[in-house]
Design a binder for this molecule. Structure first.
Ligand code: PLP
Length: 350
């Protein structure tokens, strides 16, 4: 529950843009954060929380090495730099409509403030179009450092990628010596080991963020030691990357606790709750996309729907996104369901 400045209560289905997997002010996460803070909030050295967090992510994803930063935006940029360093190539291929943060390479190509050279080093293709990708890789595969994909892009409608397309990505990347970079900043929550496990595909690099910070700012990339070794400080030509507050113990302790609480049973239960809610809404005639604990109402009725939901006690994303949290009870879920159905009916009747 969130109470706004006017005393109006809402069930929070935005959960700070999907990052609060256990809702607000979870007691165990706060204890971990305060416990770490009492020992010092930031050091110019690694802490055991950072090492434990890397091991936790490695165990879940099967991806060997991890490096941390303070946001998903930074994670994506670090991932692209890692791909360029490893391959010695410039070009990035990514897909239309996907949001990967606010870095230059992943910004809308028409947005002001981008260097021409940045635009020239990125190709944007329609997601799911195997022919366009095959053709592009035939032309520029030998110049491509990475194919970057979000397997269920929220801004593009929250539709899971087709398995056939994902297999093709892996195949084409391998054929042309490019890396497959999967942006899991939002989708990591959908499977204990990250959403790529659902597709049984092995990315070369993955970015994470949101839930791994336990409500504090966080980002990370994972990859093999062969790829991430280019960051090793001290090497003559190592990749430049740093951050004063990167992997600070408060974030790492909070995130580690959040991830441990989000164990296999918890992931399965939250996804099942999302599947049930999506099924109920669809049976009531509401168009909803998504997978597991992430749902998105598909409607042309925004922003009217957002306000109707808000006024009736449900906080959604402004695009109709509903991100469930483990703090939600059956009662919350049925109130969300009733409120969405009622609000959609009101929109149709207007
Ligand atoms: C898939 C994806 N990548 C990257 C980002 C950027 O993360 P942050 O807002 O932490 O910079 C987001 C944020 O919504 C995202 O959904």
């Amino acid at each position: 529950m969130v109470v706004d400045a006017n005393g109006h209560s809402v069930i929070d289905c935005n959960n700070n843009y999907t990052s609060l997997i256990h809702g607000h002010a979870n007691a165990e996460i706060l204890d971990a954060a305060f416990g770490a803070a009492r020992q010092g909030t930031a050091f110019g050295l690694p802490t055991r929380y950072e090492v434990d967090m890397a091991e936790c992510l490695a165990e879940r994803t099967g991806i060997q090495q991890w490096r941390f930063c303070n946001s998903g935006t930074e994670a994506v940029l670090m991932m692209l730099r890692a791909a360029r360093a490893h391959t010695g190539r410039d070009l990035i291929i990514r897909f239309e409509g996907s949001y990967h943060g606010t870095g230059d390479e992943v910004s809308d190509q028409h947005s002001l403030g981008l260097a021409v050279s940045t635009r020239q080093s990125v190709i944007v293709l329609p997601q799911g179009d195997i022919e366009a990708l095959t053709d592009t890789m035939r032309r520029v595969g030998d110049k491509t450092a990475a194919i970057l994909i979000d397997l269920m892009p929220n801004r593009a409608g929250l539709r899971p990628a087709e398995p056939e397309f994902v297999n093709e990505l892996r195949k084409l990347a391998d054929q042309h010596g490019a890396l497959l970079a999967v942006d899991e900043v939002i989708s990591l929550r959908l499977h204990w080991g990250g959403f790529h496990k659902h597709y049984d595909v092995e990315p070369d690099l993955i970015s994470a963020g949101k839930i791994i910070g336990g409500g504090f700012p966080a980002g990370a990339i994972g990859g093999s030691s062969a790829i991430l070794k280019s960051f090793r400080p001290g090497d003559d030509r190592s990749v430049m990357w740093g951050g004063t507050f990167t992997a600070n113990p408060v974030t790492m302790a909070a995130g580690l606790t959040a991830m441990r609480l989000y164990d296999k049973a918890s992931v399965a239960a939250l996804n099942a709750a999302g599947d049930r809610l999506r099924g109920e809404l669809q049976s009531a005639g509401v168009a909803v996309n998504g997978f597991g604990s992430l749902l998105r109402i598909s409607t042309t009725g925004m922003p009217s729907l957002w306000w109707k939901l808000y006024n009736q006690g449900v906080l959604a994303g402004t695009n109709g996104l509903l991100a469930l949290s483990t703090a939600m009870s059956e009662e919350h879920l049925s109130r969300i369901q009733d409120t969405v159905v009622k609000s959609m009916t009101q929109i149709h009747d207007e």
